[in-house]
Design a protein around this ligand. Structure first.
Ligand code: C2E
Ligand code: MG
Ligand code: MG
Ligand code: MG
Length: 279
């Protein structure tokens, strides 16, 4: 059993649960209904400027809520959505909703860059580019306020084809980040080959940055290399001031983690923005 620390105490996750076929089938059926009924919501986790501490962006994270209670966490239901193909309509809803919210903030005078997670089967689906284009057009927002978080594996798997798609996405004005960097198999030469704007250092490296010299060295090297390639570096899972301090000194540009706040509903995120910088 894995405990995931959440805002309202602990979120429980038993990895074996969603691996049992009967359980998967049930989650799939419930997920279909949840999408229809509007039980899926996006929460927003702040990304702060490492030097000033100001909120400059957010990561949109999917939440499955029934009567305000989280019944499954993403690590349980996203794999089911991916295997069943439901990730395509869910992912389209996520894109539309994230663009809509970002456009609303933009018109209220808050230029927040919002990052949206994209799954491999969603990215590889032929309608992905059109769905993104539609979401951007409907929301009437500067596309540069949207960033997509891709994973090393999905970037690597299709080679030239993913590169061409990534370029077409960049041509829309949207930026691209590589999520959970350091956990996959992305060779350094690939980083230059793909049109990637930002690297997100996986939280396993960040976790013991202050106590483990090897992880600190890896993190410092990733930051230096990313800068050499003209990329922005974001550290995820920052929980302590000591971690933040180390990352700041190593030159990491953006920080994200419970130290600055968990993913929260849009209205709560908004209150945090206003409290920090009234218009
Ligand atoms: P991710 O994209 O790497 O997102 C970061 C995860 O780390 C989030 O978990 C976030 O709540 C958690 N986190 C943030 N700060 C901290 C911290 O300081 N400490 C710790 N221990 N954890 C922290 P979450 O929301 O449960 O999401 C898990 C994964 O589910 C995400 O990992 C992403 O891969 C996937 N996911 C979430 N929303 C979506 C979505 O809309 N679409 C897709 N395709 N995948 C999503
Ligand atoms: Mg992410
Ligand atoms: Mg991540
Ligand atoms: Mg992750």
């Amino acid at each position: 059993e894995v405990k995931v620390h959440g805002r309202n105490g602990y979120r429980f996750f038993m990895p074996s649960m969603s691996e049992r076929p009967a359980a998967r089938l049930r989650i799939e059926q419930e997920l279909r209904k949840a999408l229809r009924r509007g039980d899926l919501k996006l929460h927003y986790q702040p990304k702060v400027d490492a030097r000033t501490g100001a909120i400059v962006g957010a990561e949109a994270l999917l939440r499955w809520l029934v009567d305000g209670r989280e019944i499954y966490i993403p690590d349980e239901f996203i794999p089911v959505a991916e295997e069943s193909g439901l990730i395509v309509p869910i992912g389209e809803w996520v894109l539309r909703e994230a663009c809509r919210q970002t456009g609303e903030w933009y018109r209220a005078g808050r230029s927040i860059v919002v990052a949206v997670n994209v799954s491999a089967p969603q990215f590889q689906h032929p309608g992905f580019h059109a769905a993104l284009q539609t979401a951007l057009a409907e929301a009437e927002l500067p596309p540069s306020l949207i960033e997509l978080e891709l994973t090393e594996r999905m970037v690597m798997s299709a080679g030239d084809q993913s590169r061409a798609l990534m370029q077409r996405i960049k041509d829309l004005g949207v930026s691209l980040a590589l999520d959970d960097f350091g956990t996959g198999y992305c060779s350094l030469s690939y980083l230059k080959y793909f049109p990637i704007d930002a690297l997100k250092i996986d939280r396993t490296f960040v976790r013991d940055i202050a106590s483990d010299a090897d992880n600190a060295a890896i993190t410092d090297a990733i930051i230096a290399m990313a800068h050499g390639l003209d990329m922005v570096v974001v550290a995820e899972g920052v929980e302590t001031p000591a971690q933040a301090e180390h990352l700041r000194e190593a030159g990491c540009s953006l920080l994200q983690g419970f130290l600055f706040g968990p993913a929260m509903p849009a209205d709560e995120f908004e209150r945090q923005l206003v409290a920090e910088a009234p218009l």
